[in-house]
Design a protein around this ligand. Structure first.
Ligand code: GTP
Ligand code: MG
Length: 138
């Protein structure tokens, strides 16, 4: 079994899609190991998005991620890192396949409009690193 860090981003929370995202996670057979509604601090976002520092979309991304409440979850299940990224779909909602969270529910995309509803860890290393940022007691 494996753990992944999932975030319902401010656009997803604002649009009332938290339940829909969690429903898809549970329907897939993954379990929720931790779940929290929170507002991200600059420190947490700087750590979380360290790999993107210096890129043109970094500042708008951090700005967007601090624009309202988010829901942070640790999910558990066989191959759930890859599995959740497949549930989420491609980063750009316009390109995300129908059937995926971003493909079915995602809309705008642009340099300052990186609203794509969810985040999911991309490797076991990032999952453990990210879980440490958002759930230091896990
Ligand atoms: P996450 O699960 O959120 O990490 O998405 P990802 O792994 O599919 O994408 P990546 O880690 O490469 O980028 C993190 C986030 O930065 C994305 O989800 C977008 O919100 C934003 N982002 C990435 N690339 C771009 C880009 O080219 N333009 C803009 N505007 N935003 C981007
Ligand atoms: Mg990523």
């Amino acid at each position: 079994t494996e753990r992944s860090l999932v975030i319902v981003k401010p656009d997803g929370y604002r649009r009332g899609l938290t339940g829909e995202v969690l429903r898809r996670i549970e329907a897939k057979g993954y379990t929720l190991a931790a779940l929290q509604v929170t507002e991200a601090t600059r420190e947490q976002l700087a750590e979380h998005y360290a790999e993107h520092e210096g890129k043109p979309f970094y500042e708008p991304l951090v700005e967007f991620m601090s624009s309202g409440p988010i829901v942070v979850a640790v999910i558990e299940g066989n191959d759930c890192i890859k599995g959740f990224r497949s549930l989420a779909g491609a980063t750009n909602p316009t390109e995300a396949a129908p059937g995926s969270i971003r493909g079915d529910l995602g809309r705008d995309w642009g340099l300052k409009v990186q609203q794509n509803i969810v985040h999911g860890s991309d490797s076991t290393e990032s999952a453990e690193r990210e879980i440490g940022i958002w759930f230091p007691n896990l």
